[in-house]
Design a protein around this ligand. Structure first.
Ligand SMILES: [Zn+2]
Length: 374
């Protein structure tokens, strides 16, 4: 064979490869942009129905200073669902949990494959569990409510509360705490390998390695608290204390559900009570994060409820339903997860959270194939 031809052909081949890889890198195909990070823990707060004016109204009427306002990075989220209309908590929660927008009513499934025949989008809880972190879902709503469900289940309807509960009990999530779903008695919960919890005392009695499923009373959101309905701030503090003793860190989602529920009723007093208790839960997380130093806290909402606007110097409700107002995004523990004042789509938020933990764009959002998942 002619020895002159081969090196020349090889040179051409490598030159072509170089050009190709430069082209691909330029359009972001080669190699994810992975962030070098020290963040171990993530606490994701969702104020259901909480728009920027919920904060302003509460401050104007109570003179309170909010922990949420002390967050160094502040921006906004556009809350529309997959078809571009006003979202409900199922589609809103799904966007925040999975990085994809879906149809109203849907929990953790694609709008194009609603019954998850073929696939479904992974949620943040699953991503971090796979990465070896402890995981928790805490809400003042029923454990089967749309927001906690978005972080722990995949089903075509938020009304499938029994399916949601069964999936949660099979999820492996370390703690799922909220109000009674009506589908999980002590016997069923324990058969699934979870400790059944329905009082604050039960929570304090949990031991390392326990998985727990709490079914509190519906008064759970109240700022006063009680034995069968500890406050959201107390639950947040207890969840952090339980999850923090792990070398791999933890992921915790905390929902304040009654900002939405009271806003539907245009109940100003109840809305304030729920928001201030949610803010105390945020303060509990901040206290931990400031000491810990490796914790990311993100606060947002699935949508605004009540269309609160400033009229003649007074913040007033203008409806009893969800609005298209942008909601807040606040970040503690990162210098650049968002640009100051940035307005982003809701589905961007979990993708950015994953990136803060060092996951590339090719890792999250992520599709789980049904056959592979089974
Ligand atoms: Zn609502």
């Amino acid at each position: 064979m002619d020895i002159q031809i081969l090196p020349q052909a090889l040179r051409k081949f490598f030159a072509l490869l170089t050009v190709l890889s430069l082209l691909l890198a330029g359009i972001g195909v080669v190699g994810p942009d992975v962030k070098d990070t020290d963040i171990q823990n993530v606490i994701f707060f969702i104020g259901d129905g909480m728009g920027p004016n919920h904060l302003e109204k509460t401050k104007a009427e109570t003179g309170a200073e909010l922990a949420m306002d002390t967050f160094p990075l502040q921006g906004f989220s556009k809350t529309a669902n997959y078809v571009g209309t006003t979202t409900d908590s199922a589609a809103g929660g799904t966007a925040l949990a999975t990085g994809i927008r879906t149809t109203n009513g849907c929990i953790g499934v694609y709008p194009t494959d609603m019954f998850a025949y073929d696939s479904y989008p992974m949620n943040l809880t699953e991503l971090f569990m796979e990465a070896g972190k402890k995981t928790g879902v805490v809400t003042s709503d029923s454990t089967a409510g749309a927001t906690p469900a978005s972080f722990s289940a995949h089903t075509d309807s938020r009304d499938n509360t029994k399916i949601i509960t069964n999936q949660q009990l099979a999820s492996g999530i370390d703690l799922i705490w909220g109000a009674n779903s009506g589908h999980a008695d002590a016997e069923k919960v324990e058969a699934a390998g979870y400790k059944f919890v329905d009082s604050y005392e039960d929570i304090l009695a949990l031991e390392e390695g326990d998985k727990s499923f709490a079914q509190f009373s519906n008064e759970l959101w109240r700022a006063a608290g009680g034995e069968s309905y500890p406050t959201l701030s107390l639950l947040t503090e207890a969840a952090i204390n339980f999850l923090k003793n792990d070398d791999n860190g933890f992921f915790l989602m905390v929902e304040g559900a009654h900002i939405d529920k009271n806003s539907h009723k245009q109940n100003a007093e109840g809305t304030k009570e729920a928001l201030l208790e949610f803010d105390r839960a945020v303060q509990a997380a901040l206290d931990f994060a400031e000491e810990n130093g490796n914790t990311l806290i993100v606060i947002s909402a699935d949508h605004e409820t009540g269309n609160i606007k400033l009229k003649n110097g007074v913040y007033e409700f203008n409806s009893g339903s969800h609005s298209r107002q942008n909601v807040i995004v606040r970040v503690y523990g990162s210098e650049d997860m968002i640009e100051p004042g940035e307005v982003m789509k809701n589905r961007e938020i979990p993708v950015r959270i994953a990136r803060e933990l060092g996951f590339g764009a090719d890792v999250f959002p992520r599709t789980i194939k049904k056959a592979a998942a089974a």
